[in-house]
Design a protein around this ligand. Structure first.
Ligand SMILES: [Zn+2]
Length: 244
């Protein structure tokens, strides 16, 4: 470990130099270079995000150019060989607010609303991981996700995003909206039916609080089992006489 590396509960943040694709300035930014593998006991909430132990870990998923404020997924920046301490220093900014700049960049570059929604959702999660209010973030994520879902040409896993939209609506207290979205979730979402029904019931009961997933659901959603043909075929047929 050195001054360019920070370790937080087995996650590693490393300061690297990257080049801004907009203004070409080379600046230093933290990158998440080690993420421990998930297990069934990893903290995951019902809106399907993994809870990270520190907001700086999530903020490292995006990079923000200190010169022109262009902010986007870290993975879209090209790493530069310049020693990070010689590069332009990163912007001093609240971790969650970095995601607001990313949404703004998304609007400027005309990124799909789903990308902007995912950035806004990360803003929600980052704010919560920092112990800050997330209401405004949830509203922003809801707006962007609604826009993404109303784009009929987008053929991603709409069903799963209806579920996430249900969660966003539920957490902002729009329980009717939540039920409307949960009702549009089908098996293509690859989510346990009992989970969707449980969250629908939470909305009907007026519960706007985040919900932590029990390990069995984490297992079912993040570690789907390969279909075992034996389960379909049943027990071995009784000794077929091999004709000889
Ligand atoms: Zn720039």
């Amino acid at each position: 470990m050195n001054e360019l590396t920070v370790e937080i509960e087995d996650f590693i943040l490393r300061t690297l130099s990257v080049q801004c694709p907009e203004c070409e300035v080379v600046f230093a930014t933290q990158a998440l270079t080690r993420t421990p593998a998930m297990t069934r006991d990893t903290a995951v909430e019902a809106d399907l995000h993994r809870v990270l132990p520190h907001p700086s870990l999530r903020a490292a998923l995006i990079a923000m150019c200190p010169a022109c404020l262009y902010t986007w997924w870290f993975s879209s920046f090209v790493e530069d060989a310049l020693f990070p301490l010689l590069a332009v220093a990163p912007v001093e900014i609240n971790n969650a607010k970095k995601f607001a700049h990313a949404v703004l960049t998304g609007r400027k570059i005309n990124a799909h609303p789903l990308d902007r929604a995912l950035l806004a959702l990360n803003g929600v999660w980052c704010a919560r991981e920092a112990g800050e209010a997330a209401d405004k973030w949830l509203e922003l994520a809801g707006q962007e996700l609604e826009a993404a879902l109303s784009d009929e040409s987008w053929t991603g896993n709409r069903s799963r995003y209806h579920y996430i939209m249900g969660e966003v609506c539920r957490m902002v207290g729009d329980f009717h909206g939540a039920v409307r979205h949960y009702n549009q979730v089908d098996r293509r979402s690859d989510l346990p039916k009992s989970l969707v029904e449980h969250q629908r019931q939470e909305a009907i009961n007026g519960n706007a609080s985040p919900v932590t997933l029990p390990p069995d659901y984490v297992d079912a959603i993040f570690f789907p089992k390969a279909i075992n043909l034996d389960d379909i075929l049943g027990p071995e047929p009784t000794q077929m006489a091999t004709s000889s």
